[in-house]
Each structure stands twice: as C-alpha cells, then as structure tokens.
Design a protein around this ligand. Structure first.
Ligand SMILES: Nc1ncnc2c1ncn2[C@@H]1O[C@H](COP(=O)(O)OP(=O)(O)OP(=O)(O)O)[C@@H](O)[C@H]1O
Ligand SMILES: [Mg+2]
Length: 230
C-alpha cells in the first residue's frame, strides 16, 4: 500500500506510572480511504487522532503523513503541517462564539496567509455545498447542532486538507442529524477526501467507513475492511 498515514510501533505514555494510552500500534491508511476508529472509552482513540493531527507526539515509534515524519518536526513546522495538511472536527464543534459563521470558516485560511478574496470564494463555496449559506452572517449560538457541525466541517475544509480527522463528530447530535453529518462525510470521501473518523457508533462506522479499526487498551484489536459502500 502506498500509505498516506503510516504509524509504526507507536506507544504513547502520558505518565510514567500508568498503562500506556497506546501500546505498540502499527497502522497504515491509503489516500482516499474512510477509516472508522472504534473501541471502548479510554482505549486510545483520541490519542491516536491527536498524534496524526500533530497535536501531540508519541513516546516512541514514528508517525509519517504524506511521506513526512511528523513526530520529529519542530513546533513551527508542526503548526504549518496542521494548517496545511489537517482538517479536524470535534464532538462539540469548537466554533468561536464571537465570530460569525463565515468568519469561523475563514479563520484557518487567514492563519495560513491565503488571500482574502480567494479565501472568501472558497468559504462561500463550502457554505453553499454544506447548505448553510443562509447563516453566513449569523453567530454560531443561533444555529442547531447539525448546522454548527456543518460550519465546523466547512472550517476544517477551507484549506483543502489532505486529511480530515473527526473525533466523535456525531456524538452530540440526535440520530437523524448524526446521519446527515455521516452523509456529508461520505460525500466528501466520494470526492476523494481521506477520512479518519473516531466513533462509538457501530452503525455510523458500518455505513460511512469502508474500514473499521478497533482499539482495546491501547492496542490494535481488529482491522476489518468491508469496502462495501452505497
Ligand atoms: N492529556 C492526557 N494526560 C494524561 N492522560 C491522558 C491524556 N489524554 C488521555 N489520557 C489517558 O489516555 C487513555 C486514552 O485516552 P483517549 O482520550 O485516547 O481515549 P478514547 O478512546 O478517546 O476515549 P473516549 O471514547 O472516552 O473519548 C485514557 O486512560 C486517558 O485517561
Ligand atoms: Mg476520545
């Protein structure tokens, strides 16, 4: 496999005394895959995602994304990596409440130094695709949970990331709204977006990912590719 993500023998130990959060994990993900990461609470799912996002570093082992060893990058290079290569969405959306929807979406583009006009046209395109253009000038507090998550997805995509990471993106949503977000993620994957999705929900994993990886106690317990998608 020509891996976009390559995790080799990764261990993450937050404190010396306890059990490691990840224990000798190896995983490769090809460009264009949609991979669900499942496992019990505390099994290391978010830790794994954060290592791929460059938000944290492994205690040992290597993390390589798009051919670059990110576990050894400087802080400056990591910040650039996060801006250019990674889009991330979370359970509780993490929008900035005192910025409008449009400004939330524009923020990562501004941080990456993208020209204002170009960033605006990309943001408009995403807001339209995600059917939230009518809320462009509203503040997030006025939006429903599903709408907020669509704003968060637009924000994650504004810099055209190589990799979209999602940590329980439907965890705070009701079933129907969660399914709508699942559909958005599936559509994105169908256009070629590589997706790593942490979820507790087996239906979401089965319907919106073509491969499911399971962590138990920080170890890879199973890795099943179904390849079956609608
Ligand atoms: N910043 C941290 N400092 C210390 N320990 C941590 C930290 N983050 C996670 N841990 C510990 O590492 C282990 C794995 O946590 P992690 O958040 O990766 O689990 P998870 O699978 O995402 O769980 P959940 O499904 O509840 O979100 C847990 O025992 C947790 O307490
Ligand atoms: Mg977690």
């Amino acid at each position: 496999m020509d891996a976009l993500i390559r995790i080799d023998d990764v261990t993450k130990q937050y404190d010396r005394a306890g059990q490691p959060a990840l224990d000798g994990v190896g995983l490769q993900v090809a460009a264009g895959e949609a991979v669900a990461i499942m496992g019990p609470s505390g099994s290391g799912k978010s830790t794994l995602l954060n290592l791929v996002a460059g938000l944290d570093r492994p205690t040992s082992g290597t993390v390589t994304v798009a051919g670059v060893r990110i576990d050894t990058l400087s802080e400056t290079a990591l910040a650039r990596y996060r801006r250019r290569t990674i889009g991330m969405i979370f359970q509780f959306f993490n929008l900035l409440d005192d910025l409008t929807v449009e400004d939330n979406v524009l923020l990562p583009a501004q941080l990456a130094g993208v020209r204002r006009a170009e960033a605006r046209s990309r943001a408009d395109e995403l807001l339209a695709a995600l059917r939230i253009s009518q809320h462009a000038r509203d503040y997030p507090a006025r939006l429903s949970g599903g709408e907020r998550q669509r704003v968060a997805i637009a924000r994650a995509l504004v810099n055209r990331p190589t990799l979209l990471l999602a940590d329980e993106p439907t965890g705070a949503l009701d079933t129907a709204t969660g399914e709508q977000i699942g559909e958005v993620l599936l559509d994105l994957n169908h256009t070629g977006q590589t997706l790593l999705l942490v979820t507790h929900n087996p239906d979401l994993a089965a319907r919106y990912a073509s491969r499911t990886v399971e962590l138990v106690d920080g170890k890879l317990a199973s890795d099943v590719t179904t390849g079956v998608r609608r």
